[in-house]
Ligand binder design. Structure first.
Ligand SMILES: Nc1ncnc2c1ncn2[C@@H]1O[C@H](COP(=O)(O)OP(=O)(O)OP(=O)(O)O)[C@@H](O)[C@H]1O
Length: 242
């Protein structure tokens, strides 16, 4: 695996009032890598994504994407520079069809022209198992299909760095296996992925490395097996006392 760093975070910090929810977190992600993020509820995982996507401004620290500074860029610029994300609660344009929902990032973030955008969106809908719902208004989709659409919208923008926020929850085993296969295909196309996930077996099936947060601070980072054997991780995440 090449060692070119796509994302580098140094000392990222976010406070809400007196509470520090992301506490001096540093890490990097190499091109083509899948980094999993674990941590108990409220550990600061989604807030970390919000700092990377620009939905929230950091109180301290630096971020760079592909070697150039990201920290001062607004969210739309970060999309255009290749950061795509999903939200825990899917946020489609409810009145637009699934296909129209994909056209927006394909044209605005990936800057595809109309014909290219149509072809790309059709392919993404097929990849994500949504082709039969191409013309369904997003607001009428089932929860599972809204989750698929959330991933499809992120992929439609042709991200080089994809942030996935808990997309496997509530799926059957077969749907989970399908999702893992899809994420592997996306990774194999060269997309770098950071994936927050509580469904451990899904994350473990894909992640190259795992980073663990607790109370906003990084408590472990490394190969998945090694991290899961870490006594502090077992204590805070799985409630196992040594
Ligand atoms: N906008 C906000 N204002 C105030 N506090 C916030 C805000 N957003 C998040 N928090 C708090 O920051 C802490 C971290 O929240 P965050 O959503 O990042 O955790 P998380 O690790 O993603 O949790 P989960 O696994 O439950 O999704 C929590 O205590 C949360 O209540």
């Amino acid at each position: 695996m090449p060692d070119r760093k796509i994302l580098v975070a140094e000392g990222l910090t976010k406070r809400f009032g007196a509470v520090t929810v992301v506490d001096d977190v540093s890490f990097s992600v190499a091109a083509g890598e899948v980094l999993g993020i674990l941590g108990p509820n409220g550990a600061g995982k989604t807030t970390l994504f919000n700092l990377i996507s620009g939905d929230l401004a950091a109180n301290g620290g630096e971020l760079s994407l592909d070697g150039s500074r990201l920290s001062a860029e607004p969210p739309y610029r970060r999309c255009q520079r290749g950061i795509g994300r999903t939200y825990q609660v899917p946020q489609p344009f409810g009145a637009m069809t699934a296909f129209e929902n994909l056209l927006v990032p394909a044209m605005m973030s990936a800057h595809l022209r109309e014909t290219e955008a149509y072809d790309h969106c059709a392919q993404v809908l097929r990849d994500c198992g949504l082709w039969d719902h191409a013309n369904t208004p997003a607001g009428s989709l089932t929860l599972l299909n809204r989750k698929r659409l959330e991933l499809a919208r992120a992929l439609a923008g042709k991200p080089k760095l994809l942030l996935l926020d808990e997309i496997a929850g509530g799926l059957t085993d077969a749907e989970g296996a399908e999702l893992v296969a899809l994420i592997r295909r996306v990774r194999d196309q060269g997309v770098t992925i950071i994936w927050i996930e509580h469904v451990l077996h899904a994350l473990m099936a894909v992640a190259d490395r795992i980073l663990v947060l607790n109370f906003g601070a990084k408590i472990a980072e490394g190969a998945p097996d090694e991290v899961m054997q870490n006594p502090e991780v077992q204590r805070v995440y799985m409630g196992i006392e040594a």
